[in-house]
Ligand binder design. Sequence first.
Ligand code: MRU
Length: 344
Amino acid sequence: MTNVPINPVKWDRDSLVLLDQRLLPLQEVDVRCTDAAAVVDAIATMIVRGAPAIGIAGAFGVVLAAAAAYRAAPARWREEIAPMLAALRAARPTAVNLAWAVDRMVRAIPAGDADPGPVLLAEAQRIHAEDLAANLLMGALGAAFILPGARVMTHCNAGALATAGYGTALGVIRSAYQAGRVTEVFATETRPWLQGARLTAWELRRDGIPVRLVTDGSAAHVMRERQIAWVIVGADRVAANGDVANKIGTYALAIAARYHGARFMVVAPSSTVDLATPDGAGIPIESRQADEVLFVAGTRFAAPGVSALNPVFDVTPAALIDVLVTEKGCLERPSRPGLAQLLG
Ligand code: MRU
């Protein structure tokens, strides 16, 4: 067990340092981004991943973009920066935290001719700090729903690695474990990137929280056999009616949870809630390369000529969600009026 906090996103002097999540848990390697193009690339290639973490990285990407544009053209830097802001915003489409953070940074751009660097850096650091504070708060709020002795299941990685630290779903699990409410965590592998196997299991093991890895296909069976009390996941975008986009496979888990009487908790900061998207049908679902499915660790296992479909998120209807935990409060059976009241 280690108490050294996990910092997936750090600002160091004039650059952004990202823990390369593609290499975990076998190697812990930092990648230094000295310009905004490198941040776009890091988000698109999953060096940094998880909705809040890519939002924070995007915010620091704006700092880098503004610094370069101001250096090159102090009189026209606001126009020069526009294509890079668009590239940052679009680096991954589903997690609304990225667009939210870039838009918040744009609103913080100061008027006048002075170097915008200090103001923008302070705003990015605020976004970073607020996310950590939200996670700690959500951890306590979510844990309060869990009765002592619970076995829980989580999907993908909604932990410290996916956020400024502590995590959303894993934040609740961490708090509930500390309070003696959780006895064991079942983490789904999460094909094809194996965020559950590589990242969630690593984080929980590091904290000394008992974790058992299960294949994605065994989730319903394990729910029944091990009497899972709660399935606890994060989110990439929560629509105005409470529909939730999260890692592919979340929808199937929610259906299985309802059938087996397990309760389903979504944990997400308000930066993940998108009141401008009316329902799940309006959430853009990222599709990634077929090769991510056809190849495992560089070796092709699919028969020659076979193609693959690789949607990396799905939408869980609000009706399957028992509780949505945000840092502004919790909503049982999330609905349009409930969300509007909580966050509008
Ligand atoms: O493709 P990823 O690894 O970025 O997907 C991450 C997830 O789906 C997480 O559950 C979500 O971003 C919430 S992270 C707190």
